[in-house]
Unconditional design. Structure first.
Length: 254
């Protein structure tokens, strides 16, 4: 018989984990400090909801899906003997008050309630204070994903940093690119094929050898021309990244 699980949180990660666990026939409950989004999640998946931490059954497996700055104070409010998983990438397992059954369960992916995911392809990184509990956690992880890795908190911190560079920063650069086009009334869909090809290169080729552009080829004339028309933060970011690329490939900075 599968263990009963309570999902704590009602954001994007909570939504996708609830979806996957319901599909795997786990008995689920929801708790959220946000009563509105908690009720929406509960109704969407037809699972019961708790309205207070005190109502939660401490014999359930508790999966905490809240923001990084909220995870420690929330976990520290839970029953000390409860089995607790948390999904924060950068929070060390040693940052919490000591408890016998604590594990990190970090699915490395960008989550959005409105965008479907193939969870089997998402790498899940696990760590626990207990070898016995770790075995239980890994069984759940392998039910959800084909890619399960055991890493420690320091490794996971660097993993999260890499994910921020690979996803969050690159997405923000797409926002800047769209702003540049919008300033000249150029439709943003002109970037679609370039973005598709770039993502294909990231997946299938060595990123160091496939870097292109004026900074890679040390074309300072073009770099200076671009900088001459840019303003404010766009100019600052363009120069910072160009100098980083120039330096990485052995050229003098601007």
């Amino acid at each position: 018989m599968k263990k009963k699980i309570t999902i704590i949180g009602s954001g994007n990660v909570a939504f996708h984990l609830t979806k996957e666990l319901v599909e795997k026939n786990y008995s689920l409950s929801i708790y959220s400090r946000n009563a509105i989004t908690g009720k929406e999640l509960s109704d969407f998946f037809s699972v019961p909801i708790y309205y207070s931490l005190k109502e939660i059954n401490s014999k359930d497996l508790l999966i905490v899906c809240v923001n990084d700055d909220q995870v420690i104070p929330l976990v520290n409010q839970l029953n000390k003997n409860a089995k607790v998983l948390y999904t924060s990438g950068s929070t060390s397992i040693t940052d919490f008050e000591k408890r016998p059954f604590l594990a990190c369960f970090y699915p490395m992916q960008t989550f959005n309630k409105n965008i479907p995911l193939d969870f089997k392809k998402i790498p899940i990184f696990v760590e626990s204070t207990s070898n016995e509990f770790l075995t239980e956690v890994k069984l759940i992880a392998y039910e959800l994903s084909n890619k399960v890795y055991l890493i420690n908190s320091e490794q996971r911190l660097y993993l999260h940093i890499a994910a921020v560079f690979a996803n969050n920063f690159s997405n923000f650069l797409q926002i800047i690119a769209q702003d540049v086009l919008n300033s000249q009334q150029i439709p943003t869909e002109v970037l679609d094929q370039l973005r598709t090809q770039t993502c294909e290169k990231w997946k299938n080729w060595d990123v160091v050898s496939t870097q292109t552009g004026p900074a890679k080829r040390n074309d300072k004339k073009i770099l200076k021309k671009h900088l001459s028309v840019l303003k404010n933060k766009e100019k600052e970011i363009y120069q910072l990244l160009s100098n980083s690329i120039l330096e990485y490939y052995g050229h003098e900075k601007l």
